[in-house]
Design a binder for this molecule. Structure first.
Ligand code: ATP
Ligand code: MG
Length: 229
């Protein structure tokens, strides 16, 4: 469903990502784990076309999107929940979600989004900036889902969120995957969270994937070693 071939990218003269390959199946949840500065956000920005890729190919459902602009990639089915959530603080919850809807939806939020995030229904008219961190994360996920994606990319969704809410987010992501047959790639530093949701674990170290393990044979100690400084 989602495929990356030999992806390289960087800033100015400095190369950050080195020939990354990844193939993610429909309904699969892949965790990209790595410490600060290892290239997780750079990877997502390049997958979204926010940062120009130097080399390689990205495809969704068999279609090459490498040459497309960000909005065109969204139209082809990739959605992105950026690190730090980046919701619009002075816009209402409803307006934030509506920014993700296509014009044909005429501003109408699909019922199932509110079923997944009841708290957003209750807070539709509240300003996004006045939600708690966990609620803002739910809003950012709802906004991404409003584009009706095939592939959802989440960059460190648990950052700054308390453990009980982290559990809620894990439950919701699994539920969405099941309801919508969604393919998910999530970057994280919190192993307890990815152990709850991921089918496969990759470790990124200085812009290269150095470990790849499936859920049934994941070696927590090895991954933890890469995550601790
Ligand atoms: N705009 C930029 N210009 C130049 N270098 C950058 C820029 N953004 C990030 N970098 C560098 O690229 C490398 C990877 O950064 P990136 O933000 O992708 O890491 P990360 O894995 O997302 O880290 P974190 O867990 O802290 O979010 C780092 O060395 C960083 O300093
Ligand atoms: Mg980052």
């Amino acid at each position: 469903m989602f495929k990356i071939d030999q992806l390289s990218c960087g800033y100015g003269q400095s190369q950050i990502l080195h020939d990354l390959d990844l193939s993610v199946a429909k309904r699969e949840i892949v965790a990209v784990m790595g410490r600060n500065g290892m290239g997780k956000t750079t990877l997502f920005k390049s997958l979204m076309g926010i940062l120009p890729q130097w080399k390689g190919q990205v495809s969704v459902d068999g279609q090459d999107v490498s040459a497309l602009e960000t909005h065109e990639r969204v139209a082809r089915g990739i959605a992105y929940v950026p690190q730090g959530r980046m919701i619009f603080p002075s816009m209402s919850v409803l307006e934030n979600i509506q920014t993700g809807l296509s014009a044909s939806a005429r501003g109408k939020v699909p019922e199932d989004l509110y079923a997944l995030f009841p708290v957003l229904y209750d807070m539709q008219s509240r300003k996004g900036g006045n939600l708690s961190g966990g609620q803002q994360q739910q809003l950012a996920i709802a906004r991404a889902l409003a584009t009706n994606p095939k592939v959802l990319l989440l960059d460190e969704p648990t950052e700054g969120i308390q453990p009980s809410i982290i559990k809620d987010i894990a439950r919701t992501l699994k539920e969405i995957r099941n309801l919508r047959d969604l393919t998910i790639v999530v970057s994280e530093q919190v192993l307890s969270f990815t152990l709850e949701i991921a089918d496969r674990f990759l470790v990124i170290e200085k812009g290269r994937f150095v470990i790849e393990e499936t859920r049934d044979r994941v070696d927590e100690a090895t991954i933890s070693r890469y995550l601790s400084v």
